[in-house]
Design a binder for this molecule. Structure first.
Ligand code: ASN
Ligand code: ZN
Ligand code: CA
Length: 330
């Protein structure tokens, strides 16, 4: 398959030395894979397509911001790994499910501490103050997954749907980070833990107990629809964590989690991450529409679990129990 051909060596900022599926054009190597995922340098601009990264020896970056290529390595690595995840785990051929890759742009603006999907491409800032470049694999997969959501359920970016949209990106952000199986950047249920966006070393978001960020609720309520999507995502992130791993305390890859159930709901037994990822992708791609609520997510995910694994499966039981445990009513 396409991703078996890894010619390039990338010295990334966050994932150590990585192999890249770079292709050749004449005597130059391009930071572009054979699918068509490619990375350009905006060099501080905030518009335009940027300049394609090229290299003579196919050894890219130096692991730090002293090389302009380094941010490109992380962005390209994230795009290649996200494409590979959707292709091999979810049977989806990229953002548009048509086998096309996408552009990633790095070095956006000046001291820009964010990243975004704009309907066409992924874009990454270099960070500001203590925040490092926004190019870690979970953030890259988060942004690319906004493209998948836009081309499936097309969830609105407000109300309950806004939270489902953001959580979908966090769920696949974590899923891609685990699936990449990188020894320098091991998988976790934290989002943006390498970026230092707050300047105190804490992650941007926590999926086991979203309220650890000080703003995201752990439980769904009738107020969820009024929150910024980056906080109304909390309940679904919490659902994903509990359905996959179970409620309560657990250490995974050296990270300690402690996931509480809401409103006295019974403890949840985890069904395993990959099964729950598949349930959520099926829900997103076949059950939800732009205005979907958390109630629709509950019904859609239970239906998806039945279709994939059967009504008596542990996955179906865990999916339902975890919706009870984030207080989404029947
Ligand atoms: N990085 C943010 C996100 O992808 C940008 C935004 O607020 N939409 O969610
Ligand atoms: Zn997002
Ligand atoms: Ca992470």
């Amino acid at each position: 398959s396409w991703d078996e051909v890894k010619h390039g060596t990338g010295n990334s900022q966050y994932s150590g030395q990585v192999t890249l599926n770079s292709i050749q054009s004449g005597t130059q190597w391009l930071l572009k894979d054979s699918i068509g995922n490619f990375t350009t340098d905006l060099n501080g601009a905030t518009s335009g397509t940027g300049t394609q990264f090229t290299d003579a020896d196919n050894v890219w970056g130096n692991g730090s911001t002293t090389s302009r290529q380094t941010a490109g390595v992380d962005a390209q690595y994230g795009a290649e790994k996200t494409y590979a995840y959707f292709n091999s785990v979810q049977g989806r051929a990229g953002i548009w499910n048509d086998g096309r890759g996408a552009r990633s742009r790095v070095h956006y603006g000046n001291a820009y501490a964010n990243a975004f999907w704009d309907g066409t491409q992924m874009t990454y800032g270099d960070g500001a103050n203590n925040a490092r470049p926004l190019t870690s694999i979970d953030v890259a997969a988060h942004e690319m997954s906004h493209g998948v959501t836009e081309n499936t359920a097309n969830l609105n970016y407000s109300g309950d749907a806004g939270g489902l949209n953001e959580a979908s990106s966090d769920i696949f952000g974590a899923a891609v980070e685990f699936h990449a199986n990188n020894t320098t950047d091991v998988g976790d249920y934290l989002i943006g833990e390498k970026i230092n966006i707050r300047g105190n070393g804490t992650p941007l978001r926590y999926m086991d107990k979203p309220s650890r960020d000080g703003q995201s609720p752990d439980c769904w309520s009738t107020n969820t629809k009024n929150l910024d999507p980056h906080y109304s995502s909390g309940a679904l992130n919490h659902w994903f964590y509990m359905a996959a791993e179970g409620s309560g305390a657990k250490t995974i890859n050296g990270v300690s989690y402690d996931s509480p159930t809401c409103g006295g709901a019974p403890a949840v037994t985890g069904a395993g991450r990959t099964n729950v990822e598949k349930v959520w992708y099926r829900t997103l791609s076949t059950k939800l529409t732009s205005g979907s609520t958390y109630a629709a997510a509950r019904n859609g995910a239970i239906a998806s679990a039945k279709e994939l694994y059967g009504a008596t499966s542990q996955t179906c039981k865990s999916v339902e129990a975890a919706f009870n445990a984030i207080a989404v009513p029947v």
